[in-house]
Design a protein around this ligand. Sequence first.
Ligand SMILES: CC(=O)SCCNC(=O)CCNC(=O)[C@H](O)C(C)(C)COP(=O)(O)OP(=O)(O)OC[C@H]1O[C@@H](n2cnc3c(N)ncnc32)[C@H](O)[C@@H]1OP(=O)(O)O
Ligand SMILES: O=CC(=O)O
Ligand SMILES: [Mg+2]
Length: 353
Amino acid sequence: MRTAKDFFAPLAVGAPAPLREIPARPSRAIHFFDPGNEKMAAKVPAMVGTVDVLLGNLEDAVKAENKEKSRLGLVKIGQEVDFGPTQFWTRINSLDSPWVLDDLTTLVPAIGDKLDVIMVPKVQGAEDIHYIDRLLAQLEAKAGITKPIQVHAILETARGVANIEEICAASPRMQGLSLGPADLAADRRMKTTRVGGGHPGYLVRQDPTDGDIEGLRTTYQQDLWHYTIARMVDACAMHGIYPYYGPFGDIKDVVACEDQFRNAFLLGCVGAWSLHPVQIKIANKVFSPSVEDVKHARRVIAAMGDGTGAVMLDGKMEDDASVKQCKVMVALADELAAIDPDLKAAYDAITLD
Ligand SMILES: CC(=O)SCCNC(=O)CCNC(=O)[C@H](O)C(C)(C)COP(=O)(O)OP(=O)(O)OC[C@H]1O[C@@H](n2cnc3c(N)ncnc32)[C@H](O)[C@@H]1OP(=O)(O)O
Ligand SMILES: O=CC(=O)O
Ligand SMILES: [Mg+2]
């Protein structure tokens, strides 16, 4: 176990000092692209500024024979593109794969000064983060990188879920967690074959009453991912890092995608993955507080004065706790307004009546 005094010490001589606090940078959509796919790669420069995070994916969805092509494609993009306000992330191959060492030893020297976050798939426990942490420090020191690269873990194994707190606490590099519903479903032996989202068979049915016709008893579809997302949100909040919903594979079902993203937003996630350009707009909308919510939050804050006591507003009680909820909403709106001119205009136009 690393002691408190060692926790923020660099893990290699010459590596940059770890961050003491993970910055709250907007990351409503983490947009995945395959850097080895010429069509997708060509679109990346024009996507800068339209999405909060651009992530070059090297893991699943990249064929084994294309791993090297994608890795080299990512280096080229990292060297040539000016990412401006958009974060630049990558998802490396999993730690038990034959490709991950080449991913890290190629990417860090070549574009380590551009990469904000490395997403690590199939993280099982703190030992996986410790391995990455030390290796990154060695590579950063060798390459003379001055800003520590942050680490994001995908929660997609039963062991990873069981070890969630130790994963979050394993390194000051830890930036956040994403839910990986496809791999997690396989690892848990769940019986859904979908990439995220709900399932019509996972439901509760209204109780029978005398005289009911069986087919008319109402059913309510339930959320397969509620438990894991809630665990993830608590673990991340406890450690000052950020939780994200992961992929929604039914690209054509934009309505259900929006619902899944909104559930995650309401539970405390800061963003979700986008697998196709159409999902960027959905994430940007859902993970930005609505004008109505911001207006309400500002009214409560104004009505609460020094933030203590209780007041009635529109027939509802507001007090020390609800004003804190409102401050969460306003803080997020302010962060997003700083990078999104349309949102800024919408929030600036709010008048408190
Ligand atoms: C479980 C997990 O691990 S999820 C994470 C791993 N999976 C991924 O990263 C998948 C990423 N996305 C994709 O590979 C693709 O979007 C697919 C395969 C789902 C669909 O691709 P297509 O069938 O080409 O979609 P579609 O025909 O609608 O594409 C329209 C245009 O958008 C482009 N496009 C599609 N997806 C992306 C993307 N993620 N980024 C940038 N451009 C994209 C296509 O190249 C196409 O360009 P064109 O108009 O110049 O021909
Ligand atoms: O990597 C993502 C997943 O759902 O698996
Ligand atoms: Mg996965």
